[in-house]
Design a protein around this ligand. Sequence first.
Ligand code: PMT
Length: 406
Amino acid sequence: MNPPPRTLSGKRILLIVAGGIAAYKSLDLIRRLRERGSSVRCVLTAAAKEFVTPLSVATLSRDKVYSDLFDLTAENEIGHIRLARDCDLVVVAPATADLIAKMATGLAGDLATTILLATDKPILLAPAMNHVMWAHDATRKNMATLAARKVTSIGPASGELAEGEIGAGRMSEPLDIVAAIERHFNSNAPLAGKRALVTSGPTHEPIDPVRYIANRSSGKQGHAIAAALAALGAETILVSGPTNLTAPAGVKLREIESAQQMLAACVEALPADIAVCAAAVADWRPATLGNSKLKKDGGAAPTLALTENPDILATLSKHAQRPGLVVGFAAETDDLIRHATEKRLRKGCDWIVANDVSLGTNVFGGDANTVHVIDKAGVESWERQSKEDVAHRLALRIAAYFNKAA
Ligand code: PMT
């Protein structure tokens, strides 16, 4: 597998690990951050050392680990004030209820809290605790106090907690924390603060447990669009049918198989500011799903009764939580502009990107595309270019649309 792109190259992160069971996930977080080019200097609270060892943290971060406010050697080498300032971002993961309360109050009784009080750098928290503690009035007030001081946070996620109870309190997954960090460093980007939903790839419509109806979409165009929107700072969710591609950097991937699953994943991803539907969704699916494999019995070939699939683009275009900009694609083999223009009106999207997919164009599965962007103002035809370049130009057009509207 290819290493992830170095989206955090040169960034200096100070990671404070507090004492909670989720501390084990911070080891993976260190690895993910370093893979993306960032340096990670770590501070462990006394309680954190009950959950992860300084040796494993030092090995993964390839740096000294700091934990004692009165460590003469550490003070001599760097000093806690420089430790608090020699970074671009302070991340606290996991941030326990206790540490959050100390931060809100301004306590500075140990190295971690002293750094949090002394730093002049932005702080990102990844809270983790029991769901009752998270919902407690005291924690809510502490979080509100910190938010008013421009401390940002990600999570916690909902699910089964370490003690077996279910609720909101799980620390966000390391890759989600990485994505929040990437967004932080991208906050001046043209689509910062926007949420984008992109569909990509084919859908597979099952006939029986081993067969399905599908098409030739590779996902290259849709994935490139998700990557381009994320690179411009949008928080991007990519809902994709089966492909051989990996998730682009900083993009949340939701993998589905059928059109019905794609629709459910898209609706679940709302609200969004932008939707781009580049997937080649099967228009029909088998009316019934056989529980066992269809058998050849020497008789007549079976006939397949089909039923129409829901239209995801049309559903998003008329949804109560309709994204501010809905962009469809039109794959046509004849009379491209006329059919695509009709499709835009019929499906209710703002723009439609028409591409000629007739035999020989190699658009399905290939690396290049020739597109025409149709909106209410008319048709803009782009020269043939790589799918990455189409994606980048489309993302810039989307950014310009929002900047004009602002
Ligand atoms: O994946 P690649 O190999 O890179 O190829 C890229 C592509 C050719 C698949 C892509 O550029 C493209 O044209 N995607 C749309 C393909 C398609 O299904 O076109 P359509 O004209 O049938 O559908 C029109 C629009 O409605 C599309 O935005 C489609 O996503 C959407 N649709 C269609 C049917 C359906 N049930 N639900 C939908 O949302």
